[in-house]
Design a protein around this ligand. Structure first.
Ligand code: IMP
Length: 209
């Protein structure tokens, strides 16, 4: 991070203690709590504090993660961590990207969302590639407005039909580079060690602890 004169500023460290996880997704909160356990962090969910879910109006994953973390830190008076993630398909110009959750519709039907992705690729013709990547942005904000952000990525190829029933979201159609099984077929510990979220967390842990 650099200041108004372009000078590099030191990354702010996170002291042991309470940290608001600015998410209402219990699976995400459990995963984050486990990752932060070894660092003396006491996670509190945004739902437990009755914090509202802000509208994701940012135009990047980092902007959305930052706005969620900053609002939670401001309202709670505690440091807060938020994540924003999605699947970016090269043949679809990066879509669904920021709209990954929204493509599943109000019933969160990811069978429907995956079909929409595949149909979109097919509609581009026989030469359309199947390359895609997942992005995970993590933002850590303090009540004084300071924020640190990190972005993780994992590259892969999309397959059809979807494979496996592990994981969530678009996992069954995503085969990470160097593997021949999809995230939907991969054991959770293995996915969590190599995913876009793991990449972003590794950067965060290295920088703020
Ligand atoms: P968010 O809660 O706005 O960050 O929504 C992220 C959306 O991106 C999720 O609903 C999933 O559809 C998709 N997504 C993010 N990470 C993953 C992943 O690891 N596997 C499968 N889908 C993911």
């Amino acid at each position: 991070m650099s200041d108004e004169f372009g000078q590099e500023q030191a990354i702010r460290k996170l002291a042991p203690g309470k940290l608001v996880i600015a998410s209402h997704n219990s699976g995400k909160i459990r995963e984050i709590a486990e990752l932060l356990g070894p660092y003396g962090i006491e996670p509190i969910s945004a739902a437990a504090l009755d914090l509202p879910e802000p509208e994701e109006t940012g135009t990047t994953f980092i902007a959305n993660a930052e706005l969620k973390a900053m609002q939670a830190a401001d309202l709670s008076g505690l440091p807060a961590l938020a994540d924003d993630s999605g699947l970016c398909v090269e043949a679809l110009g990066g879509n669904p990207g920021l709209f990954s959750a929204r493509w599943a519709g109000p019933t969160k039907d990811f069978g429907f969302a995956m079909q929409k992705v595949w149909d979109g690729i097919e509609a581009k013709g026989p030469d359309a590639g199947h390359d895609a990547h997942f992005i995970c942005a993590l933002a850590l904000a303090w009540p004084d407005g300071h924020v640190e952000a990190f972005e993780g990525r994992v590259d892969g190829t999309l397959v059809w039909p979807p494979r496996g029933d592990k994981g969530f979201g678009y996992d069954p159609m995503f085969v990470p580079l160097g593997y021949d099984i999809s995230f939907g077929e991969m054991a959770a510990e293995k996915k969590h060690a190599m995913s876009h979220r793991a990449d972003a967390f590794a950067q965060l842990v290295k920088a703020v602890f």
